[in-house]
Design a protein around this ligand. Structure first.
Ligand code: M6R
Length: 616
């Protein structure tokens, strides 16, 4: 949801900013822009509709000199993607340039007030109100830029991560955040500072970072030490953290797309996620977040899981796992609905928030609401130091490394892996699982990475199947029990990257309506693995076949019955029913990927989407 980056130091800023924008492009890619102050003190702003590469082309031959600058890649909220609405926005005085990630909710009111005072606006964005307001306060009240930013932000309602460049002060950048992330990278020995929406553009320059907190403003200057002051004018001592991220994790390597790389990484990411949590003998599981808060978990009346999108699908699998193994009632909620429906939350409830990015606005809001009602909040995130990771009382990281493809793949399996370990740890502590049953489970669980490896070797078979269905305009995905969330996730993967309409249903719900859609044109993907509902799913397949539907079945290896019935099949290795979604995810991801590639779609950056949804 928009990526922002900035640099101040002794190097040329432009190459750093452009490289950084490419790294941040997954956050939004409908327009991009850059502002630089050149050695003569001139403020140059270039912006362009389209991707970062188009911005680069449009700038060719222009003056991009200067060792201070800010840049932005946009996901439009207010105002269509075009050159004018692209960031940076500039002030009427011509001295300030500003970039923004977030939404200014009271922009209309602020804008009309400024228009009355004679301000002119050039764009349709909410962002422009910020730069004009800061400029107005600065010039009319003769305030310093910092004071003007602080006064302006005290009038603003909404979410923002902003950076402001002042032509009249080429040694300083001011940045601020509220509900949208900002990380500052510090390279003290070189007197250099970097800042960005996440650490990916920073990691190749420094490992020392500061995560700016809500309501904080930082003055980044080449002449004075970094200063952080909040909106109430209290000076803060920022905590310096160390980044644990490698550049190779941020690069595509030989893969044509990040999504394919991330699908193929799963045997390793799942093994990494288990590391230190499953002992080497494979006899014990310890998720420290549960053990550290054992009393709280053991006395939980109920667990509510809040999440969005793919993370919501993994939450549904978590519901099965926790209820089955721990016998604690679980409710799964879309964070966006939960936050607005005045939910009943008891102080002895535990709210688990799942988020890959750790920045999803609705999930963050659901956490705040649950906190106010006294619940204990547990986070399951991927991005270390993210807003959700910091807003929760405790939690577990999924440790799958940066996920760049907009369609979530390895984060989904990482989330399910953590949820499985959470359920096993809690069941052991609660005594709701017998020691021998736990040992059997852990043994099956430990085999998942090597089974994933095996599955990935079926890539070309899945690719062939994908080719056959590239023409399809609709897809239905069916599953039951643990496989129902897999069906939902498979359908989401397909629609978001291939733009084919796809729906996931619980297989038995078919006859209550959706079965009317079945004809010889309708591909139906059925997850028909060896589960306790296997026979019933077999009947559901018969129902589809009786209506001429074309069935692509995901079956357990060695299965003959479904294989005979289905038009196409993909076999997955045998595992316990509760771990089935970890394996079923892979063929469904690959199928969606190959269909999208055959259709010539932009797999890593599908239209209209952004990786982290930091606005509601
Ligand atoms: O970062 P989060 O896990 O909170 O993101 C939630 C959804 O926005 C995300 O899963 C989205 O649905 C993905 N594009 C799905 O592939």
């Amino acid at each position: 949801m928009c990526g922002i980056i900035g640099y101040i130091g002794n190097q040329e800023a432009y190459p750093i900013l452009i490289k950084g924008l490419h790294r941040l492009e997954y956050r939004g890619y409908d327009s991009a822009g850059v502002a630089l102050i050149n050695p003569n003190g001139q403020l140059n702003i270039y912006k362009n509709k389209g991707k970062v590469s188009q911005l680069e082309e449009s700038i060719e031959g222009k003056d991009v000199s200067g060792n201070i600058g800010i840049a932005h890649t946009r996901w439009a909220t207010h105002g269509e993607p075009n050159n004018v609405n692209a960031h940076p926005h500039y002030s009427n005085s011509g001295t300030l340039a500003l970039i923004h990630n977030g939404i200014i909710e009271n922009y209309a009111l602020l804008k009309s007030g400024l228009i009355e005072k004679g301000c002119t606006f050039h764009s349709d964005t909410d962002t422009e109100v910020l730069v004009q307001l800061i400029d107005y306060i600065k010039t009319s009240g003769n305030h310093s830029l910092f004071d003007a930013v602080q006064l302006a932000l005290n009038q603003v309602i909404g979410a923002y991560a902003i950076a402001i460049l002042d032509r009249d002060d080429p040694d300083r950048i001011i940045i601020a955040r509220k509900s949208s992330p900002l990380v500052i990278g510090i390279r003290e020995e070189e007197d250099e500072y970097f800042f960005a929406s996440d650490a990916s553009p920073i990691v190749e320059y420094t490992n020392s970072v500061i995560y700016l907190q809500d309501n904080e403003i930082a003055i980044i200057s080449r002449k004075e030490p970094l200063k952080v002051i909040d909106l109430k004018n209290v000076e803060k001592t920022p905590e310096v953290s160390r980044l644990e991220m490698s550049i190779s994790q941020l690069e595509r390597g030989d893969y044509p797309h990040f999504m394919l790389k991330e699908i193929f990484e799963q045997p390793k990411t799942i093994a990494d996620c288990m590391k230190g949590r499953i002992n080497t003998e494979g006899t014990n599981v310890v998720l420290s977040g549960i053990i550290d808060n054992k009393a709280r978990f053991l006395s939980a009346r109920r667990i509510i899981i809040v999440a969005c999108g793919t993370s919501w699908h993994s939450a549904l699998i978590g519901e099965h796992l926790i209820e089955n193994l721990c016998r604690i009632p679980v409710e799964v909620e879309y964070a966006s609905e939960f936050r607005y429906r005045d939910p009943i939350i008891y102080p002895d409830d535990i709210v688990i928030a799942i988020s890959q990015s750790g920045e999803t606005a609705d999930t963050l809001a659901a956490i705040e609401l649950s906190k106010q009602k006294g619940a204990f909040i547990y986070g399951i995130c991927n991005v270390v130091g993210s807003s959700i990771a910091r807003a929760t009382d405790s939690g577990s990281y999924i440790h799958v490394g940066p996920e760049i493809g907009v369609a979530s793949t390895k984060a989904f399996t990482g989330q399910v892996t953590v949820l499985a370990m959470l359920a096993m740890t809690l069941a052991k502590e609660k005594g709701t699982i017998k020691p021998n049953e736990l040992t059997t489970m852990i043994k099956a669980f430990k085999k998942i990475p090597e089974q994933m490896e095996l599955l990935l070797s079926a890539n070309s078979q899945i690719q062939e199947t994908a080719k056959i269905f590239t023409y399809a305009r609709n897809f239905i995905y069916l599953g039951r029990g643990y496989s129902y969330p897999s069906a939902l996730e498979g359908a989401l993967k397909l629609k978001e990257i291939s733009y084919i309409h796809a729906e996931g249903y619980p297989a038995a719900e078919m006859k209550h309506g959706p079965i009317a859609l079945i004809d010889s044109e309708m591909p139906v993907i059925v997850i028909a693995t060896n589960t306790k509902l296997y026979e019933k799913v077999l009947n559901n397949i018969q129902e589809v076949k009786a209506r001429s539907g074309r069935v692509i079945a995901v079956v357990t290896e060695g299965d003959e019955d479904v294989r005979k019935l289905a038009d196409y099949y993909i076999a997955i290795p045998k595992t316990m029913e509760c771990f089935g979604p970890l394996l079923a995810a892979i063929p469904l991801q690959l199928l969606a990927y190959h269909i999208a590639v055959y259709k010539g779609k932009d797999v890593d950056q599908p239209r209209h989407l952004a990786k982290s949804v930091t606005v509601e």
